[in-house]
Design a protein around this ligand. Structure first.
Ligand SMILES: [Zn+2]
Length: 701
């Protein structure tokens, strides 16, 4: 089959996230295919996060004149208008090589290195398909086959021997262009490489297996007999191979060092399952070899081996008294964000689990069906709107449990644009941590992947502690909590670990779980890996944690959960994993819930008994079904008369609601008093009618 024509289609651009500072902007795009201009460079597109920009551009190319070593080049360029000073947002280049036999789909990412954008994050999909071919054999004289030949190497048609380039990237999605460590030069005739399926991004949505991200920093200790073993053991996967058509049946996985076992077949697999059998203080070493277990070394992969550990987590949603003070996220959204953040955390063998202690404070109500998630309704909207993340009024205190991770969802912060702030970070040291060995802890070149140079020692600066809480409001809160719970520790704020999450993007935005894991990463001791306010391309430091290798070009920080503001940054590396697993909030086992203390018998409620007498039901002193039914049939509304009206008037007066003379006739004064009472309470609807709920609140106040 010789290919005569191919079609290149620019299927779509997906805006992964927007700059909350700049907002939606007008963009234009231009492209060439094989030197031919296509599309409409004058057309303006409005770009919003979470949306697809359909370009609808395609171009057919006659490739019948191409021969071995030649290709069709696609160049795509983006410009932004009217928001940034610099319209040029960068250029993507793609090559489709002779003999054009495969149907390909390429996906590229926007990156601060200039592939698409410095402030936006995109995915571009380009499809190549064959539209015309004939039965003649393509001229393969200049094209290597990539199949295994004599000996342990791939042999090209031209007789050149080579060991394929195989990578097991600890980073998914694998970066593009100059963001990846330099790859060795191959002879130009060696067919191009390919990123495997495992190199593609994971969409943090829906339900994902815990090991959805391959090549984690920690291989969990787990038995193959345990439930969901295949979803919880480590997936180790080849992420790049050149030539793309190398004979992968020759791949051999080998445990070189450490308490690791493979599960299932390890020969000829691009991906294997691995699990730990004991903790290890040193990273285990996995090797991938060619042909047999003693064959040429293709690459190495390192990971810690350890038990899965837990971070008891409670989330508190703070809802104000108006629609404008109500975050869009529901308890179910928060539950989902935590589950998806766990896909990222699990790479370090950590899981955010619902706090096993379920006592609530400050009026927090547990969500049914979303364990660990609580809602506080408040009339003090300063606790949820425009919250200053440095000084009180500060909702972080509400409903916190010393020792648990506290995620507080509010409507907005006073500092616009922040997606989350790790405000409470006690007990951190701000110290340095180092690791060496090959391959590198992360994607800091050189990688240590044969035949590259050995990797270097990597030193990382960790997060310092936040300022202690010493304000008067903090101290007042502490006193109030101690009154309720005499055992509440004086230094409780020293175990308040948490972050504040404003309602900055719709609840389904994939950004939420990434932001959550990022903020938790700060609380656990990690600084930023990369920061777009700096400019590593021009030699400025790109990472607050001082991991800035890559020959002065800056660490390729798009990869890392701790990079600043990029949705699909999903990796925790070996060094970060070591730091965060040491945090005092991390526990080895989830404790069994404490037995609930038996409720003390309540003193008989005389007010309620009086009401029950008037309703003609047994005077139990408890709000029971009989009382509920009787109260429903004798609701106090405008014009009502009788003994129940008298009772309501008496209670309203006792509560200072000014119901006037107690005369057993509900007129406008009584209705006004009912409304005032209802207005004062979050749990009542203001309708001026005293039904069972209103009567119950009056009886129990
Ligand atoms: Zn951050």
């Amino acid at each position: 089959m010789a290919t005569k024509k191919i079609k290149i289609s620019f299927e779509q651009l997906r805006c992964l996230r927007d700059s909350t500072v700049f907002g939606a902007a007008k963009w234009s795009f231009s492209a060439t295919v094989d030197g031919q201009k296509i599309g409409d460079a004058k057309k303006r597109f409005t770009v919003k996060p979470g949306t697809l920009v359909s370009l609808g551009w395609s171009h057919e190319v006659d490739v019948s004149g191409k021969k071995g070593g030649e290709f069709v080049e696609v160049v795509f360029r983006a410009e932004e208008h009217g928001v940034l000073f610099k319209p040029d947002q960068g250029t993507v280049r793609l090559k489709f090589h002779y003999p054009f036999q495969r149907e390909l789909e390429h996906v590229f990412f926007g990156s601060p290195g200039g592939i698409i954008s410095k402030t936006q994050n995109f995915m571009l999909s380009v499809r190549m398909e064959i539209t015309d071919a004939d039965d003649t054999a393509p001229d393969m004289s200049g094209v290597p086959t990539g199949k295994k030949g004599a000996g342990d190497t791939v042999t090209t048609v031209a007789g050149t021997g080579l060991v394929p380039r195989v990578e097991i990237s600890p980073v998914v999605p694998v970066l593009q262009g100059d963001q990846v460590p330099p790859r060795p030069d191959f002879d130009a005739i060696v067919p191009h490489g390919k990123d495997t399926k495992a190199a593609k991004p994971i969409k943090l949505a829906g339900s994902l297996d815990l090991n959805a991200l391959p090549n984690p920093a920690l291989i969990p200790v787990i038995k193959p007999t345990e439930n969901d073993f295949k979803k919880r053991c480590a997936r180790l996967s080849v992420t790049h191979i050149r030539p793309h058509n190398a004979d992968t049946s020759q791949l051999r996985w080998v445990v070189k060092k450490g308490p690791v076992q493979f599960h299932g077949e390890t020969k000829g697999r691009e991906e294997v399952l691995a699990y730990g059998t004991a903790e290890s203080d040193e990273p285990a070493e996995i090797e991938l070899r060619w042909g047999d277990p003693e064959g040429p070394l293709l690459c190495k992969f390192r990971a810690w081996v350890g038990k899965v550990k837990y971070i008891p987590t409670r989330a508190t949603l703070v809802v104000g008294s108006t629609i404008g003070a109500t975050p869009r996220c529901t308890p179910a959204d928060i539950h989902r964000h935590i589950q998806l953040a766990n896909i990222l955390m699990y790479q370090s063998g950590l899981l955010l689990v619902p706090d096993h202690e379920t006592e609530t404070w400050d009026g927090a109500k547990a969500s049914v069906g979303n364990p660990g998630v609580y809602t506080i309704k408040t009339n003090d909207n300063t606790l949820t709107i425009g919250v200053n993340d440095n000084i009180p009024p500060h909702p972080m205190r509400l409903n916190f449990r010393p020792g648990a991770m506290h995620l507080v969802y509010i409507k907005s912060l006073s500092s616009a644009g922040a997606a989350g702030v790790a405000v409470d970070r006690p007990k951190l040291l701000g110290a340095y941590e180092s690791i060496e060995g090959t391959p590198s802890t992360s994607w800091v070149p050189p990688t240590g992947v044969a035949p590259d140079k050995a990797s270097k020692k990597v030193t990382m600066k960790t997060m310092p502690a936040s300022d202690p809480r010493t304000s008067k409001k903090d101290q007042d809160y502490l006193k109030a909590r101690k009154k309720l719970d005499p055992g509440f520790p004086d230094d409780a704020f020293q175990s308040l670990y948490g972050c504040i999450m404003p309602d900055y993007t719709p609840p389904n935005d994939e950004d939420w779980p990434q932001t959550l894991a990022h903020e938790v990463g700060h609380v656990l001791g990690l600084r930023h890996r990369g920061n777009p306010q700096t400019d590593p391309a021009n030699g400025k430091v790109g990472s607050n944690d001082e991991v800035n290798g890559n020959g002065g070009k800056g660490h390729p920080w798009l990869e890392n959960v701790m990079s600043y503001g990029y949705t699909q940054s999903q990796d925790f590396d070996l060094l970060q994993t070591r730091v965060i697993r040491k945090h005092p909030s991390v526990i080895d086992e989830i404790p069994k819930p404490k037995p609930k203390p038996k409720p003390k018998p309540k003193p008989a409620n005389e007010k309620l008994k009086d009401l029950q007498k008037r309703l003609g039901v047994p005077e139990s002193g408890e709000w029971d079904d009989a009382t509920e039914q009787a109260a429903s049939s004798k609701m106090v509304r405008n014009g009502a008369r009788g003994a129940v009206v008298e009772w309501v008037q008496t209670q309203l007066n006792a509560q200072g609601m000014e119901s006037g003379t107690v005369d057993g006739i509900a007129g406008s004064v009584t209705v006004g008093a009912i409304r005032r009472w209802q207005d004062n309470r979050d749990d009542l609807t203001t309708d001026g009618i005293a039904g069972p709920r209103t009567m119950q609140t009056l009886a129990e106040s």
